[in-house]
Write a protein that binds this ligand. Structure first.
Ligand SMILES: *Cc1c(COP(=O)(O)O)cnc(C)c1O
Length: 471
């Protein structure tokens, strides 16, 4: 049986694309306008979205309008609105108009930037934005691609941290089963996962102080204990802004201890890295020049949609040595000249999207000034909320507020704290994350969604006062 294509082809024509493309942009613009009015979390049962979908691919082509209609009817009822200005949960996963447009262009160009030669602009624009960010964030100058180090965009901070641990392992000598990675008790789970996948035998979680930052002395002592046991300390991951409470580890002290014992020092600033656009926060990253690698996620707070995680190394040679394999079909003159960067050697995947484009759009469209403005606004809102909490007898802050996260609990205990979190989340328009630290419940209010302003934080405070009473 032969099938006749509708007009000789099943492809959407450029004219149809233009028309539907306008419809999609209109659809997204409307979404931006009304996302704040939608209940943030969907009220659906597991399987409900699936039940509305056919069991197989449609045999006949469907009109694009039907697809768009189902976006509203099937998809939207199951969407959690991370882009709502009432989003105070986890950390932000921001997007913004320039980011969306950059992503669209990257999809349209559809290039594979695995080698410089497979699309030179993809590599060189990525180098440039990585280098720009070194200055914008006050990172050490040698981390530029024009120096001995360099930055690369990975999918996630988890990938960056995993990659750092692989390079550290390759640098060390000894049996895998004896190698140890150190991080604080408050480190992100990606450290343990990365160490597990990289084949480390041990992950030592170092105790924290009353601000939830790693105790440098305890780190030093743990190294001594492990060495005495015949184990091999290989790497340490310090955090500038932990996920739990945005605690800041003593980067310089950890870096000095790491150097003294020959450990690789990786710094995880996945969320808080964006704050370093503002010089007044840079004291929190003091000592970075002692680090071997670093990661931060523009896809959290820097208005750039997932995926976009920067990974920097102070020296790119061990990274490339650890990850470079050259099959014959990838050999080419440019690579062999040594004059170009082939980013496939900087991470696990071969194929790579043109992720730098959306970040380039964002950095140019906001300008350094625009990013600083919004970061400062978010941090100021968090500080004000913290002051309100401090002056309320029923509430108690549990950690400092260096950036945009406010961590607090109800003085009445776990049940009262959970009830408050539920009341906030049941409101539909605000969404927070309840969590546990030191065996006690607390509430994380993360202020940093692209469109969150004083109006939204005031409204959240009003909701909190409805539950706990106004002073
Ligand atoms: C969010 C976060 C991560 C994980 O980031 P992904 O990009 O989702 O892998 C790692 N570390 C810290 C401190 C984080 O806040």
């Amino acid at each position: 049986m032969t099938t006749e294509a509708p007009h000789g082809s099943y492809h959407m024509s450029p004219d149809e694309f233009r028309r539907h493309g306008h419809d999609v942009i209109d659809w997204l613009a409307r979404y931006m306008e009304d996302v704040g009015d939608r209940p943030i979390t969907p009220t659906i049962e597991p399987g409900q979205i699936r039940a509305r979908m056919p069991d197989s691919v449609p045999e006949q082509p469907e009109p694009f309008d039907a697809i768009l209609r189902d976006l509203d009817e099937i998809v939207m009822p199951g969407i959690t609105h991370w882009q709502s200005p009432g989003w105070f949960a986890y950390f932000p996963a921001n997007t913004s108009p320039p980011s969306i447009l950059g992503e669209l262009v990257a999809a349209g160009l559809g290039v594979q930037g695995m080698l410089w030669s497979t699309s030179p602009a993809a590599t060189e624009i990525e180098e440039v934005v990585a280098d720009w960010l070194v200055d914008l964030l006050g990172l050490p100058e040698p981390w530029k691609t024009t120096g001995p180090g360099g930055g690369v965009i990975q999918m996630s901070a988890s990938d960056s941290t995993h990659t750092a641990l692989v390079v550290a392992r390759e640098q060390a000598s000894g049996e895998d089963g004896k190698m140890v990675v150190y991080a604080s008790e408050q480190a992100h789970s990606s450290v343990e996962k990365g160490a597990m996948v990289a084949g480390y035998g041990h992950v030592r979680l170092v105790p924290v102080d009353d601000r939830y930052a790693m105790r440098a002395g305890a780190f030093d002592a743990a190294i001594e204990t492990d060495v005495a046991k015949g184990l091999i300390p290989v790497a340490v991951v310090s955090a500038v802004g932990t996920t739990g409470t945005t605690a800041v580890d003593p980067v310089r002290a950890i870096g000095e201890i790491a150097r003294a014992h020959g450990l690789w020092h990786h710094v995880d600033a996945a969320y808080a890295g964006t704050a370093m656009t503002c010089p007044e926060f840079r004291h929190y990253q003091d000592g970075l020049e002692l680090a071997d690698s670093y990661t931060f996620n523009p896809h959290k707070w820097m208005f750039t949609n997932f995926d976009c995680s920067l990974f920097y190394v102070a020296d790119r040679r061990p990274l490339i040595e650890a990850l470079s394999i050259v099959p014959p079909y990838l050999r080419n003159e440019a690579s062999e000249s040594g004059q170009v960067i082939d980013y496939r050697d900087w991470h696990v995947p071969l194929g790579r999207r043109f992720r730098a484009l959306k970040l380039w759009f964002v950095l140019r469209s906001y300008g350094a000034e625009g990013i600083r403005h919004h970061v400062r606004e978010h941090v100021a809102l968090a500080t004000t909320l913290g002051e309100r909490i401090d002056s309320h007898p029923e509430l108690e802050r549990i950690a400092p507020i260096p950036f945009g996260l406010v961590s607090f609990r109800h003085v009445g205990g776990d049940e009262a704290t959970d009830a408050l979190a539920s009341a906030i989340n049941d409101s539909g328009w605000a969404y927070v994350t309840p969590s546990t630290i030191d065996g006690r419940r607390f509430i994380r209010v993360s202020i940093g969604q692209t469109h969150t302003t004083a109006e939204h934080v005031d409204r959240l405070w009003g909701l909190i006062e409805e539950v706990v009473g106004s002073r």
